[in-house]
Design a protein around this ligand. Structure first.
Ligand SMILES: [Mg+2]
Length: 300
């Protein structure tokens, strides 16, 4: 069967990259057929014939070449033909965790960050961690909260190019966030996405001031909900799952990443990197376009 190993460098690909990969795959019945440069010194495709793709995939995930990410996928039309992309928001499309920005306003950022880390490493249930964190936000005045936070969001390097390129090629784009809807809507506007899904917070009036009640409103966007969103959007737009991609960094993204044709772990927690189809640890999310088979000439 024909597969592709894509090597992407954070800075510069080592000149002996093929030999290095081959040395890690000795005994795996991998035959290197040809290579094709996607971007000089940055990204290259190795076309390989493999007997047991599952074994090779597992082996490749364990290869550790400093500053180089490897992606292993089937050589198929679906690779470049992405028709649905669902992105996590916090630490994926933006650098921050928005709940920590809100917590900073209430002076509870350390406690919130501690619970976030437990959840993202998969050590506690996301729903439970979400309720615990939202409860810490109780009493924060809500009137200008979102307006104050929107300018603080920093888009991840490369997101604009990635989203624009996918969109130009007819891909439906969505952000699906365990954070909050007003901010997810803002990111949707900044990036020209088609959909935004996220949590909402209940408010209450205390002494004439509207404040967060410390409770979520409606369905919590957890890992199951993220997967459901991906499946619903695929059905709604008649997109085969093979032509879908999900990108995230946390344990709560693994279900949607597993359901998508391609699950991409972006600067993710170690557990997430191992379970996802492929990973990227560079400084630009636009490098995902190399995993989809674009060359730098096409991206100019
Ligand atoms: Mg995240």
């Amino acid at each position: 069967m024909s597969y592709i190993i894509t090597a992407i460098a954070a800075k510069e690909l080592p000149s002996d990259i093929q030999t290095t990969i081959e040395s890690h795959l000795i005994g795996q019945e991998v035959k290197f057929v040809k290579s094709s440069v996607l971007a000089a010194g940055k990204a290259v495709d190795f076309f390989v014939d493999v007997e047991n793709a599952d074994n090779v995939s597992k082996k490749i995930k364990l290869i550790n070449i400093p500053q180089v990410d490897l992606a292993f996928q089937k050589d198929s039309d679906a690779r470049k033909n992405k028709k649905l992309a669902v992105f996590d928001m916090d630490s994926t499309l933006i650098y921050q965790e928005v709940i920590e920005l809100i917590a900073a306003q209430a002076g509870v950022e350390d406690e919130v960050a501690r619970i976030t880390n437990l959840a993202m490493n998969g050590e506690i249930d996301f729903q439970e961690s979400f309720r615990r964190r939202v409860n810490l936000l109780k009493g924060i005045p809500s009137a200008d909260l979102w307006a104050k936070l929107k300018p603080q969001l920093n888009l991840t390097n490369g997101t604009k190019q990635l989203c624009a390129t996918l969109k130009k090629n007819g891909c439906v784009l969505a952000v699906c966030s365990g954070g909050f809807l007003p901010l997810a809507e803002h990111v949707k506007e900044l990036l020209g996405l088609d959909y935004a899904f996220a949590n909402q917070l209940k408010t209450q009036v205390v002494d004439g001031t509207e404040v967060l009640s410390g409770e979520p409103a409606g369905e919590i966007v957890d890992g199951n909900k993220k997967k459901a969103v991906l499946l619903e959007l695929a059905a709604k737009h008649g997109v085969s799952l093979a032509n879908s991609v999900a990108v995230g960094d946390g344990a709560n993204d693994l279900l949607m990443m597993g359901a998508a044709g391609l699950g991409l772990a972006w600067n993710a927690k170690p557990k997430v990197q191992l379970e996802a189809d492929c990973r990227l640890n560079t400084d630009s999310l636009a490098d995902a376009l190399y995993i989809f088979g674009y060359t730098d000439k096409e991206l100019e």
